[in-house]
Design a protein around this ligand. Structure first.
Ligand code: PA5
Length: 438
């Protein structure tokens, strides 16, 4: 059962202040759900948990099983919204050392992400690492033209064709792209690769619950039915237009109130290292959605308690433009007790009998108290446990909160015009036809 509880007691924002946004939120809700905004072209994720292609979903499960049987390594090629969601879910729900543990225990190929940078040493090291292994690849690009994954795909495709021959390579290449357009679509049609669709009305950073995320996630052995089930529960839970009863919208409103109080940096905090990539996914979702027209909350992230020893000082005493959103996983899976030590040289016997998770939770409480007293408002999201349903629910929660928050801010949360600037310069510097100096 998906179970996310919002606690904003330590945010300094009252229910009364939140409820001042009631009408605005109801209006935006109506526009989103009636898909009457200009951005309706990008609202496909809103009812995705009830409205997805069942046949393709079955095909994803079959392809994942095939890849699991035939491959030691699955190379997932994509950047931004075309890899962060899969990376987040796989890291959150598998063994911390997923790629390193014995294959028999993992029961899946290793998953390696590529095409998310232009580092030759990164590509070289993957090629070096996989040379004696059986591989399959999934190239993911909605536009089909993004430079980073296109370069990686050209290289890995050649490796596969050399290793297995053209015919066998074709069986090991999976393409996730637009249904009709783009270079990748044409190539895929010509070569006869098995391909999956990124729906037209779902943008990259909202696409983790489509084939974009589902194929790599299923290949890692995660139950994608449960993931979708969690998202479905969240879809139902956050469908109330009344702000009073909708915690997802409350989170969006609190962020906007804090922003108006000049708290323009939000730090997503976790106390579970498995959520590191969830934070990376969240950063992209909010950063690319809200950062435009010289507006937007800057999304940052920390892994605590690790980063209390690097970023803790700044958060406690640096510029006072910060607020934190803490993800609290209530029940941990593998807790363990501190034992009594007769010598007690380390002086830790006061912790004997307590569990590691108990200590982690006290660190969390102590940190929230300290940061709040240092004028850093804290919002807490309590998640019952880390499982596929809850991760599905969290994905939906943040996607919807992001859209609501962006509309409250007065920007279009579904485009990313600013991303083109670096590309234009890079292409000009590389001499790409059509990008010459003027
Ligand atoms: O959210 C987005 O739209 C972007 O981050 C894209 O996912 C990213 O730029 C990759 O684009 P594409 O899937 O077209 O290769």
């Amino acid at each position: 059962m998906s179970n996310i509880k919002l606690d904003y007691q330590t945010s300094g924002i009252s229910e009364k202040e939140i409820m001042r946004y009631k009408e605005k939120v109801a209006r935006i809700h109506k526009q989103m759900h009636e898909k009457s905004t200009d951005e309706k072209k990008f609202l496909g994720w809103l009812d995705l948990p009830t409205n997805y292609d069942r046949k393709e979903f079955e095909r994803i499960k079959k392809a994942a099983n095939r890849i699991r049987k035939t491959s030691d390594v699955f190379v997932v090629i994509g950047i931004g919204g075309s890899y962060l969601g899969a990376s987040a879910v796989i890291e959150a729900l598998t063994h911390t050392f997923f790629n390193e543990i014995d294959r028999k225990k993992r029961k899946a190929p290793e998953i390696i992400f590529a095409g998310n940078n232009i580092s030759s040493s990164y590509i070289h090291d993957i090629l070096d690492y996989i040379q004696d292994k059986d591989i399959s690849i999934n190239v993911i690009s909605k536009s089909g033209t993004t430079t980073e994954p296109a370069i990686a795909f050209r290289i890995f495709r050649e490796v596969l064709e050399t290793k297995y021959g053209i015919e066998e390579a074709r069986k090991r290449i999976y393409v996730t792209t637009d249904a009709h357009r783009g270079a990748l679509k044409s190539l895929s049609d010509n070569e006869g690769y098995e391909s999956f669709v990124i729906p037209d009305n779902i943008g990259g950073r909202y696409s983790v619950l489509t084939a974009v995320g589902l194929l790599p996630i299923a290949t890692a052995g995660i139950d994608i039915e449960k993931l979708m089930q969690g998202a479905l529960l969240a879809q139902e839970k956050y469908s109330d237009s009344n702000l009073k009863y909708n915690e997802c919208y409350k989170y969006a409103v609190i962020r906007n109130i804090l922003y108006r109080l000049l708290k323009n940096t939000e730090i997503l905090v976790n106390y579970e290292p498995k959520l590191h990539y969830f934070t990376e996914w969240w950063k992209q979702l909010f950063g690319e959605s809200e950062g435009k027209e010289q507006k937007g909350i800057f999304p940052a992230g920390v892994d605590f308690t690790t980063d209390l020893h690097s970023m803790g000082q700044y958060i406690q005493e640096g510029r006072r433009n910060l607020f934190e959103t803490v993800i609290n996983i209530e029940k941990t899976k593998n807790d363990m007790k501190i034992k009594i030590d007769e010598d007690n040289v380390d002086g830790l016997n006061f912790l004997a009998g307590k569990t590691i998770d108990y200590i982690n939770k006290k660190a969390m409480q102590g940190t929230i108290e300290a940061h709040v007293s240092g004028d850093v408002p804290n919002i807490v999201l309590n998640i019952e446990k880390l499982d596929a349903e809850n991760i599905g629910g969290m994905i939906y929660f943040f996607e919807k909160a992001c859209a609501m928050s962006g509309f409250i801010l007065g920007i279009n949360p579904f485009d990313q015009p600013g991303v083109e600037a670096y590309k234009k310069n890079m292409f000009r510097l590389l001499g790409k036809p059509g990008y010459d100096d003027e």
